[in-house]
Design a protein around this ligand. Structure first.
Ligand SMILES: [Zn+2]
Ligand SMILES: [Zn+2]
Length: 684
């Protein structure tokens, strides 16, 4: 039988095209079959898509070039997930569906794929016979047991709500994930576990592998080589991997026997993709679990306000872990008012005297401390003491950061790097000085304050080289480090057993940010940081978190002192409700970029004009275009326009109708570099 087949290919979306093209096939092809088809003069990868009722086109169709049916077709649920994601985040279906496949897979022809699969099966055979020794399991406490009972119930209830595993730091959330995964594997299903950052995958991977020695556990993230990524993806797709552990892109892994979805640290902003298709892997994971009727477990000590709102309204179910495992105590939080220091000439001390004293005590007792400062480099800016020149980036609305170890000025946004000038480029004055403090300078200053202490730094610069991250972590675990200085990188997930003191030396910058999510993020970050202390239940000295601030009366610190997430979240939700912000409103940003800000602005204005009638009909608000906080990045000017609705459905309907018009408007604005719609933006 010869007939038209809808094939989705990666073409820029044009109005009316809908993401699928018609081709001729000599036989019936199952939806989800990977094919190669001619497109213009090229041959490209495509996916056979289920037929919507579409008229047979009157043009002559080109035949499908190859079908890659050595591999099973992508499952209908996978196709539905992609359709939903493309619709919700307003991307072309083909653009998204092909982009989430391993790049290697898109290049292979039918015989190459068959060959890869043969090699893969050959490689796997011996491992399958290996019998594994039974693993000794830790005893669960009653809270963990209750959580597992609820997860078990959700596994047999197709209408079970998403589950929030709300556990204080060190309460054994990972153990619950592992037990839940074990149950899924017993049911011959696959488990998908998402983590927010690549640097968290090695330790969790090791733990999962140790727990399931007879099963195949794979990691899927962007740091894999193309060949590794293809192999991992195929193992998941063929149902040969039992556990897939990965970062946000793993939410699109094809898993035919999916039985459980876990999203660890669900509040983490890293789950939102910030380029291309701006999807939230956390939200898609929830949708995917709903599609496949399997339990989804969101884990956090500080859930996102969106998730917490769903818990309060009864849409999600909260499973609480309120105690640390083994009975370890949460650190005592001490807020030090920097305003109480005696007034002296010059800048305030790096560490308030009582904090310095507390650090010295830990040092004397051989305990470890963690000093947290969320700013890397030596100093955020250099300045001239004579004329006031500052180390601005020539291409961005940002200062270039001073890195002392290689004497460079580096822009953390566009990468523009130069040697530090000998003299002020404006007036020739030789006295140019660092302003403020980053982790590199803090490490140096702590060295002077704590002579003899073994200090290590843990941030994106210090861990960049191969093996550096693992070496530093190993040294901390082995007790070879006394004081660890780090950015937010150090606060996430790591299970440091010997740390008894955590200090946040400059938490104030985030208190008065224009970003409405800043307090939520800062609270999560500080509570996570606090959570690195006192994880060893057998430790004899109580653990502490020190916060030195100029604003001790801030509500955030009061809630932190009590470890009271619910109180903090409640006050934030009240503010969001009265300000009409998410989760009480639904937002999208139309972003535009051009060398000339006026071009970007004109595009947004014209876009708003075409939308006026539709917006009014749907009750959607369109705000005037404004520049974002960082208007210029790498020489490109950016503008954005906020679209707001009280109902998600109305916003979605409006965006779907608006997008084709925007494609038309775009043609009238030649100088425009890029434009994109960002649904549920992280920052506005
Ligand atoms: Zn100067
Ligand atoms: Zn720059």
């Amino acid at each position: 039988m010869t007939g038209p087949v809808a094939v989705v290919v990666d073409t820029p979306q044009h109005a009316g095209l809908g993401g699928a093209l018609d081709y001729l096939s000599e036989q019936t092809l199952a939806p989800g079959t990977l094919v190669r088809v001619p497109l213009g003069r090229r041959e490209v990868a495509g996916i056979v898509w289920p037929h919507a009722t579409r008229p047979v086109p009157e043009v002559v169709l080109r035949p499908i070039a190859q079908q890659l049916d050595a591999m099973p077709a992508l499952a209908p649920q996978w196709l539905s997930l992609l359709e939903f994601a493309a619709g919700y985040y307003q991307r072309g279906l083909g653009e998204l569906a092909l982009a989430v496949l391993p790049p290697e897979l898109r290049k292979l022809d039918a015989s190459q794929l068959a060959q890869r699969l043969r090699r893969l099966h050959k490689k796997l055979r011996p491992a399958d016979d290996a019998a594994a020794a039974p693993v000794a399991l830790p005893t669960l406490n009653d809270e963990q047991t209750a959580a597992l009972v609820a997860i078990d119930a959700a596994a047999v209830d197709p209408h079970a709500p998403p589950l929030l595993l709300h556990g204080v730091t060190g309460s054994g959330k990972t153990e619950v994930y592992l037990r839940a995964a074990a149950r899924a594997l017993e049911r011959r299903r696959q488990a998908l576990m998402l983590v927010p950052e690549i640097n968290l995958t090695p330790q969790l991977l090791a733990r999962v592998m140790a727990r399931f020695p007879a099963q195949r556990v794979v990691a899927l993230h962007s740091a894999l080589t193309p060949a590794q990524r293809l192999q991992t993806w195929l193992l998941a797709h063929l149902g040969l991997a039992d556990v897939v552990l990965g970062t946000r892109l793993a939410v699109f892994a094809s898993m035919p026997r999916l039985g459980l979805v876990v999203v660890d640290e669900e509040h983490d902003a890293s789950y939102k993709q910030q380029e291309g298709a701006r999807y939230s892997a956390r939200d898609l994971a929830i949708y995917r679990a709903h599609l496949e009727r399997v339990p989804v477990l969101l884990g956090s000590a500080t859930p996102s306000l969106e998730t917490w709102h769903h818990v309060l309204s009864g849409r999600y179910r909260r499973l609480a872990l309120e105690r640390r495992i083994g009975g370890a105590a949460l650190p005592r939080v001490r807020v030090f008012d920097m305003g109480r220091l005696p007034r002296v000439q010059g800048p305030p001390p790096v560490l308030a005297p009582p904090l310095l004293e507390a650090l010295r005590e830990r040092l004397a007792r051989g305990e470890q401390s963690l000093v947290f400062l969320n700013r890397r480099g030596y100093a955020p800016v250099l300045h001239c003491t004579a004329c006031g020149w500052k180390s601005a980036c020539a291409h961005c609305t940002a200062w270039r950061v001073f890195h002392k170890h290689d004497r460079t000025l580096r822009c953390h946004h566009c990468g523009f790097t130069e040697r530090v000038p000998r003299a002020c480029p404006e007036c020739g004055n030789l006295d140019i000085a660092p302003l403020g403090r980053g982790t590199e300078r803090l490490e140096e200053q702590l060295g002077e304050l704590l002579p003899g202490a073994r200090i290590a730094r843990f941030d994106a610069d210090a861990t960049r080289g191969k093996g550096n991250l693992e070496r530093t972590l190993a040294a901390v675990h082995a007790g070879e480090i006394d004081v660890l200085v780090g950015t937010q990188m150090v606060t996430k997930g790591h299970d440091f057993r010997r740390i008894t003191l955590v200090a946040a030396v400059n938490p104030d910058a985030a208190l008065f940010s224009s970003d409405f999510r800043a307090p939520e993020r800062q609270f999560a970050l500080l509570l996570q940081a606090a959570g690195r202390a006192g994880r060893d239940a057998a430790a004899t000295t109580p653990s502490e978190m020190w916060i030195q601030t100029w604003h001790p009366q801030h509500a955030l610190f009061a809630a932190l002192r009590e470890h009271d997430y619910a109180r903090f979240a409640g006050s934030q939700l009240d503010e969001r409700r009265s300000a009409g912000l998410p989760p009480f409103a639904h937002l999208a940003l139309l972003r535009a970029e051009a060398r000339d800000a006026a071009v970007a602005q004109a595009f947004l204005r014209a876009g708003a004009e075409t939308a006026a009638t539709m917006a009014e009909a749907e009750g959607v608000m369109i705000y005037p275009p404004v520049p974002p906080t960082m208007q210029r990045v790498a020489g490109i000017e950016r503008m954005q326009m906020l679209v707001e609705s009280s109902a998600r459905v109305r916003l979605q309907r409006f965006l779907s109708a608006w997008l084709p018009k925007l494609h038309e408007v775009r043609f009238a604005h030649k100088g425009l570099a890029r434009w994109a719609v960002d649904v549920d933006p992280q920052a506005i």
